[in-house]
Design a protein around this ligand. Structure first.
Ligand code: SF4
Ligand code: MSK
Length: 672
């Protein structure tokens, strides 16, 4: 039977993506969208009921009472599959963190080309958290000691990863009691693999306890290290004007897309693209210069620091090449589709791999090394410029939106109170008095099995209308950006009255872009600071907050979800559950789903659920937020109380044309 192929409108809500999918159909070129239509997911593996851990299998459990050849039950198999995914996600994030720590050390020792310590204040603050002496010491010396400490956390064998000490006191105590504090980052990932080898840990709850420890090694370990070091080396993000979507590509310039996750090379490509030598080289090739744009989280890294535009999120990687305008797609690690190479061969695009860990057959490999970073970046750009002459017909959708990214926790702290009284007090007070009903972190990927961006934007809009302040990272943040939700005015007409007052008074959009996937740790820090500020309980699980990953697809998302649950958050994923089982066929197959929800909630106050229906996701999110408000003794949420008390300045702003209002709000000239 012929597979049903979805129309472009059924595959994505993004008008730029729709245009490119029509174009792909005309050219008879496949994309992840069409491949997802053609390949039905395996309903046994997808439900977590297939084990291929040893050569006696693969064992597929489809009937009541089935076990694997070794006797493993469905619960054990699901728990093992889940922890392996979490371990892979934690490994990816943490290995990124390790590389950042090594670069910090190399920069401190003067062994790199083109890098310097940009945020000395953050270096000192972070170093102080670990008792590193800062007074009277040059930044390089402090950075060297901090780098050594961070590097040691990966191979540490006993004790506690030092980063977890940044969690709220009560949470730390709970983790100690439950025995889930990571001893060393690598150790927990290795142990997850050991425990799931044939014939090892076969108690599902015991396996999943270690899943928590492994995920904590990511969130309160490797990822937090990655965020810290990125800020120290490249600057802590603050609001900056940017643009998002395929319309950022330019017909008259050499378009270079950086895609992946690590900011080290992309930051250097930003610098190289502005070098007079490179601009001149591009002009000699007949272009006006080099136009840099990002995809996925590399996009977020350079968008929130330098305002470099984002060409799109995960599912835009192929679509950008389909424009025919991309001279080079430079990739580092994670979320890079192998299909790029075959697709690029149909156009003139060069796919350039740069990480010693990632090669793709058929791609050009130009290996990045920090000792020659600027030289390598220039070399890559010259390859792209030389390729400009090979460009054929282009088809760039004229679709893009402006956005204001860069809401690091440091900036949120500053914006709420200013330089001298930076504080989370106004945020906590707004939640206490009900202007803000609660907070939602909406994060994670795109997945071609759902309609691109639809779930992200649907739950974002619904929660905003209910006065829930939204923070976003990763591809979810780019989804909201593309739909114009990361600019104050664009989003404010869609938010509830209380939240609107807060956003207008402070001058912020209702959706705050907080960075890349590793930067979900910024959200942990915000939650911790809200606890420390007081008035919302003494631990994260008491805050009226939820985490949502409506279009998740990567193993990293599962690691993120798990460390957020262990930190006390209610986390919901959209799409299919990897541990759903087949309740009609295997009666006990929901034991793992039950344990990571109710079981984890009893232990950690947070729970992990997979909810396919976005309306149900929003309903549960609001129910949870209201339950937490009631437990804190806060007055029930009542939107009728607010909406008339926006300050004079904001009321005056209402009268201004949009462009002037944006300028007044953000202090930057923004085209209407
Ligand atoms: Fe089958 Fe057991 Fe081997 Fe898994 S570990 S493949 S269930 S025999
Ligand atoms: S890039 S992990 S698709 S968010 Fe971080 Fe996007 Fe998900 Fe990759």
């Amino acid at each position: 039977m012929a597979k049903k192929m979805r129309t472009p409108e059924e595959r994505t809500i993004d008008p730029a993506a729709q245009q490119m999918l029509v174009w792909a159909d005309e050219l008879e070129i496949g994309t992840a969208f069409s491949r997802a239509d053609q390949m039905a997911p395996c309903n046994i593996g997808g439900a977590g009921m297939c084990c291929k851990i040893c050569g006696m299998g693969p064992c597929r459990l489809t009937k009541e009472g089935d076990t694997g050849v070794c006797g493993a039950t469905i619960d054990t198999i699901q728990a093992r599959n889940l922890i392996r995914a979490i371990a892979a996600g934690a490994a990816a994030h943490s290995d990124h963190g390790r590389d950042m720590a090594f670069i910090l050390k190399a920069v401190a020792n003067g062994e790199t080309e083109g890098y310097r310590i940009r945020d000395i204040a953050k270096l000192r603050i972070v170093a102080q958290k670990y008792g590193i002496e800062i007074e009277g010491r040059p930044p390089e010396e402090i950075a060297n000691e901090l780098a050594d400490l961070y590097i040691s956390q990966f191979g540490q064998q006993k004790g506690e990863v030092v980063v977890v000490g940044r969690a709220p006191e009560k949470r730390l105590k709970l983790w100690r009691e439950l025995g889930v504090i990571p001893r060393g980052i690598d150790r927990e990932v290795v142990e997850a693999l050991h425990r799931t080898h044939i014939g090892d840990d076969q108690d599902p709850e015991h396996i999943l306890n270690h899943a928590v420890r492994t995920a904590l090694a990511d969130g309160w370990g490797g990822s937090m290290i990655a965020t810290d070091v990125s800020d120290i080396l490249f600057g802590t993000p603050a609001p900056i004007l940017g643009e998002a979507n395929l319309g950022v590509l330019k017909d008259d310039m050499v378009n270079v897309i950086v895609h992946g996750h690590e900011p080290t090379l992309s930051q250097m490509i930003v610098a190289a693209s502005q070098d007079p030598e490179i601009i001149e080289y591009a002009k000699q090739a007949g272009a006006k210069g080099v136009n840099l744009a990002g995809i996925c989280c590399t996009a977020n890294e350079i968008l929130m620091r330098q305002g470099i535009p984002a060409a799109g999120n995960f599912l835009h990687q192929e679509l950008s090449i389909l424009t025919g305008s991309v001279e080079a797609m430079v990739v580092d690690v994670q979320c890079i589709m192998q299909a790029l190479v075959g697709l690029a061969e149909k156009f003139h695009t060069k796919v350039i791999t740069t990480s010693p860990k990632v090669k793709i057959k058929g791609a050009t490999h130009i290996e990045f090394d920090e000792k020659h970073a600027l030289t390598t970046a220039k070399r890559i750009l010259k390859v792209a410029i030389d390729n400009y002459a090979n460009r054929g017909q282009t088809k760039i959708p004229q679709v893009k939106e402006k956005l204001i990214p860069g809401f690091s926790h440091e900036y949120i702290n500053y914006m709420l109170g200013g330089s001298y009284r930076a504080s989370f007090r106004p945020l906590n007070d707004a939640i206490r008095d009900g202007r803000i009903r609660g907070v939602a972190a909406i994060v994670g990927c795109n997945n071609p099995r759902s309609k691109q961006d639809y779930l992200h934007v649907k739950v974002t809009r619904d929660l905003l209308q209910q006065d829930v302040l939204v923070v976003e990272t990763g591809c979810g943040a780019i989804a909201a950006a593309k739909l114009g939700l990361l600019l104050g005015e664009a989003g404010l007409d869609q938010v509830g009255p209380g939240l609107r007052e807060v956003c207008e008074t402070i001058g912020i959009p209702p959706v705050l872009h907080m960075g890349s996937c590793v930067d979900n740790t910024r959200i942990l820090t915000v939650l911790t600071q809200m606890v420390e500020e007081g008035g919302l309980g003494d631990d994260i699980d008491q805050i009226p907050a939820v985490g949502l990953a409506p279009e998740w697809m990567s193993e990293k998302a599962l690691a993120i979800g798990t460390y957020c649950v262990a930190s006390g958050a209610y986390v919901m994923f959209g799409g299919a559950s990897p541990v759903s089982g087949m309740p009609d066929k295997v009666s006990d197959s929901d034991a793992v789903s039950h344990y990571i929800s109710e079981g984890w909630e009893k232990l950690y106050g947070g729970k992990l659920e997979f909810v396919g229906d976005p309306d149900e996701m929003v309903r549960r999110a609001l129910e949870h937020i209201d339950k937490k408000r009631a437990a804190l003794g806060l007055r029930p949420y009542n939107p009728d109380q607010f909406g008339d008390s926006g300050d004079e300045r904001m009321l005056a702003l209402e009268e201004l044309p949009l462009a002037q209002k944006r300028e007044a709000l953000y202090g930057v000239a923004v085209e209407a």
